[in-house]
Design a protein around this ligand. Structure first.
Ligand SMILES: Cc1ncc(COP(=O)(O)O)c(C=O)c1O
Length: 376
């Protein structure tokens, strides 16, 4: 057995997986059943999880995939995105949003983000061209963009909406779950997402029967059955082992989200009198945020991160370089200055630990450390 070096102790950790999975007996019991069944390729465990997830967020169909990136690629394809099409998204997201558009054969077109760090619905129409096929809004960091405005644009301009809900299982807008607004949506079950597995996993959801049919075929080689191939497909299947883990995690996801919301409120309240130094995004009352990332905008950001890390608080930056300025985007022809809001925010963004295992005392410790940095 591979022995890992013990990790140095950290005062406020960003990664909570050892705490979340400290007691694994129930998982191992479930996995023992799976192993006994020999159902290692799709099958009843994946189907049961798909149904459970579809019921949880209130959609007709959920289709398990290898990971969130695959879920987005499949979601785009199922929504009819073809090579040569353009898909509008924002430049201050994780690379996978844009990587999925490129992998689907389409061209990513950016619209800047707003002060809530979400795609700015007011900037989308200017990015539409005759080649635009879809809008891919991201529920960035566990928060949601202005979906009402985005759906309205899509309807008026004859475009599809495909949601990147990868970080945001459990987020809601007007009481409706993220991922239930678009024609298709992708979720990630990466370990640091609200619904997480022991490695990689993803889910595509849709209310559209035709899209569902395509998705189920495409993620499994286009196989109708063992001997009949309906379309050319790939192997993007969710592993039954991960479906078993996900199914049990789903039972506690609401508790974890509520704990994150409590932590985020304590941070928001504690940062309230430091607004001239560090700002949190506006929190619309109709949105339920799940705080996959607790994001704030800080002056002297890099110094603040160093100050916190020196006090053993694992602050992070998501992300310091917007995607239109990455080498990978060179062929898209963007330059610095094209998306001023995303560019400014890339210099200010800081992610503070706010996950479900952080205690109220630890949050006070973070707040005191920030206060001492700005106020001495
Ligand atoms: C916004 C966004 N899109 C897509 C992904 C891709 O998900 P995965 O890592 O499961 O491929 C992630 C997370 O990693 C994400 O945060």
């Amino acid at each position: 057995m591979l022995k890992l070096e013990p990790k140095p102790t950290t005062q406020v950790k960003y990664n909570y997986l050892d705490q979340q999975f400290a007691h694994v007996d129930a998982y191992f019991e479930d996995l023992r059943e799976l192993v006994k069944s020999g159902e290692f390729t799709l099958g009843p465990y994946v189907e049961a999880f798909e149904k459970k997830f579809a019921n949880y967020i209130g959609v007709k169909h959920a289709i398990g995939t290898n990971n969130g990136t695959d879920a987005l690629i499949l979601a785009l394809k199922a929504a009819g995105v073809k090579p040569g099409d353009e898909v509008i998204t924002m430049p201050n997201t994780f690379i996978a949003t844009v990587g999925a558009i490129v992998a689907a054969g389409a061209r990513p077109v950016f619209a800047d983000c707003d002060e809530r760090l979400q795609i700015d619905a007011n900037k989308i129409e200017a990015a539409i061209t005759p080649r635009t096929r879809a809008i891919l809004p991201v529920h960035w960091g566990g928060c949601s963009p202005d979906l009402e405005a985005i759906l309205d644009i899509a309807e008026r301009r004859g475009l599809e909406v495909v949601e990147d809900a990868c970080p945001s299982v459990g987020a809601k807008v007007n009481g409706r779950f993220a991922g239930t607004f678009g024609k298709t949506s992708g979720f990630s079950m990466h370990p640091l997402k609200p619904l997480n597995v022991w490695g990689d996993g993803g889910i595509v959801v849709t209310n559209d029967d035709q899209a569902n049919e395509f998705l189920r075929l495409y993620r499994n080689h286009g196989l109708l059955d063992r001997d009949h191939i309906e379309i050319w497909g790939v192997n993007n299947r969710l592993q039954p082992f991960q479906a078993v883990v996900a199914s049990r995690v789903l039972d506690t996801v609401e508790d974890h989200i509520e704990a994150r919301i409590r932590n985020a409120r304590q941070l928001d309240a504690g940062l309230g009198d430091l607004k001239e130094f560090i700002r949190t995004p506006a929190r619309p009352v109709n949105n339920r945020e799940v705080y996959q990332l607790y994001l704030a905008l800080a002056t002297r950001r890099d110094e603040l991160v160093r100050h916190l890390v020196a006090r053993r608080i694992e602050a992070k930056v998501h992300y310091p370089i917007p995607l239109h300025l990455q080498n990978a985007a060179a062929q898209l022809g963007y330059k610095r200055g094209d998306f001023p809001v995303s560019e400014r925010q890339a210099d200010e963004l800081i992610t503070l630990p706010a996950h479900q295992f952080i205690t109220s005392d630890q949050i006070d410790y973070i707040l005191n450390a920030i206060r001492s940095f700005y106020l001495g």
